[in-house]
Design a protein around this ligand. Structure first.
Ligand SMILES: *[C@@H]1O[C@H](CO)[C@@H](O)[C@H](O)[C@H]1NC(C)=O
Ligand SMILES: *[C@@H]1O[C@H](CO)[C@@H](O)[C@H](O)[C@H]1NC(C)=O
Ligand SMILES: *[C@@H]1O[C@H](CO)[C@@H](O)[C@H](O)[C@H]1NC(C)=O
Ligand SMILES: *[C@@H]1O[C@H](CO)[C@@H](O)[C@H](O)[C@H]1NC(C)=O
Ligand SMILES: *[C@@H]1O[C@H](CO)[C@@H](O)[C@H](O)[C@H]1NC(C)=O
Ligand SMILES: *[C@@H]1O[C@H](CO)[C@@H](O)[C@H](O)[C@H]1NC(C)=O
Length: 354
């Protein structure tokens, strides 16, 4: 465009002509501007300025985030780019704020998310990191995303990253978070240390490895009345540990797919919908009663023993006297017997002789 205007200018010596030329240039400029935006489209990307979408599909050898993302981009989609490490400020190469509101990074082989990776994306509403192979997420990975409403992390966490997730999500920076999807990550528990820092309306935990939801979590869930939780395809262990969760399921209606939760342990209850269990299936009193009664019996016996020992101790003098008396009595008796024996010995011998 600049080249065009420069070339034209050289052909216009007089002032009227130059005014005419300027006018021409302005018109050309307006006409040309979409073309210039097209020019701003990074290589290997397709750009649609109307919708503000830039989609960059790599072939596996692109290992970077494209550096020259047009300013007007509102939705950036990267796919198949073998990114592996999402570095600090990966989308703010020039330290400028981008107006991107949707960022989709699914299927880019991302393994590591460094601290402040999303710096400069202060207006981001939706972040999709699904279908990567995360082994490490920094505790400060999601800093600087105060407007983020939807975070998708489906089928993307390897065990090491799953262990770090709770720290990464525990940030005031995610205070606008509305929807969190964590399907298919082999999670064994709810990976949120607290729920009151977000504005969560949907928490998707389907197809994980959750066997039980503890009463601490149930209490937190009760406090978030607007939150809907999805928990299908988890291997629930229907023992009495599940009691608090069972009552939450039955009487809070916060579990959006409650009818699809099924027991997988113990053997006898496999396949039974959790909702269909009977109250006494999960009654910890039944299960613990036997143990409790043995403990109680033990305590009673111990108390009796202690009382007995105390009685003995307090009466030690009386007992000593009593023992002495008995001993004396015994001795007297023995003496009497001895005496009688000696007296009787002769007649008995005489009898034997007869
Ligand atoms: C991705 O990049 C790494 C090096 O950064 C390389 O070892 C690996 O083979 C690449 N994977 C693909 C699918 O190209
Ligand atoms: C970003 O930096 C590159 C070179 O480093 C420059 O060409 C480009 O104009 C910059 N973009 C913005 C929006 O500042
Ligand atoms: C996973 O995330 C995507 C967004 O990429 C979402 O549309 C989809 O519903 C999620 N899948 C599951 C199984 O929840
Ligand atoms: C659940 O996740 C596993 C991998 O974690 C996957 O192979 C399976 O297809 C998923 N099931 C459904 C119903 O999405
Ligand atoms: C949920 O339970 C897990 C595991 O017991 C615990 O680490 C976490 O802090 C609990 N979260 C909430 C919000 O109660
Ligand atoms: C919810 O479950 C508890 C048992 O923990 C029960 O006492 C309570 O009445 C139930 N609330 C409603 C509204 O059904």
């Amino acid at each position: 465009m600049r080249r065009f205007r420069g070339g034209d200018h050289s052909k216009c010596p007089s002032s009227t002509w130059s005014r005419w030329c300027l006018c021409c240039a302005a018109v050309a400029c307006v006409l040309c501007s979409p073309v210039s935006a097209e020019d701003g489209c990074p290589p290997s990307c397709t750009c649609a300025r109307d919708s503000g979408t830039v989609a960059c599909r790599g072939s596996g050898e692109d290992t970077d985030v494209p550096g020259d993302i047009p300013e007007w981009t509102s939705a950036l989609v990267l796919q198949g780019r073998n990114i592996s490490v999402l570095q600090r400020g990966a989308f703010a190469a020039n330290g400028t704020e981008l107006g991107v509101t949707t960022l989709s990074l699914s299927e880019n082989g991302i393994q590591i998310i460094e601290p402040y990776a999303f710096l400069g994306l202060g207006r981001l509403h939706l972040l999709d990191l699904s279908h990567n192979q995360l082994t490490s997420i920094s505790a400060r990975a999601f800093h600087g995303l105060p407007e983020l409403r939807s975070l998708y992390l489906n089928y993307t966490l390897l065990p090491a990253a799953a262990a770090q997730l709770s720290d990464a999500l525990d940030t005031q920076s995610l205070r606008s978070l509305h929807r969190l999807e964590l399907a298919g990550n082999a999670l064994r528990s709810m990976p949120l240390a607290r729920l009151d820092i977000y504005n969560l309306h949907a928490l998707v935990l389907v197809n994980n490895s959750i066997e039980s939801v503890g009463s601490e979590n149930v209490t937190s869930l009760y406090q978030q009345r607007r939150l809907r939780v999805y928990l299908a395809l988890n291997p629930f262990r229907c023992s009495c540990e599940l009691e608090a969760f069972y009552y939450w399921l039955k009487n809070s209606s916060q579990c959006a797919d409650a009818a699809r939760l099924v027991c997988s342990e113990p053997e006898a209850k496999r396949g039974i919908p959790v909702e269909m269990l009977r109250d006494d299936d999960l009654d910890c009193m039944n299960e613990n009663l036997e143990a409790v009664s043995y403990v109680f019996l033990g305590i009673v016996l111990a108390l009796i023993g202690v009382v007995f020992l105390m009685v003995l101790y307090l009466n030690r003098r009386g007992i000593k006297r009593w023992l002495n008396n008995i001993r004396d009595a015994c001795r007297d008796q023995m003496e009497v017997y001895h005496y009688r024996y000696e007296q009787d010995s002769d007649p008995r011998l005489a009898n034997v002789a007869v």
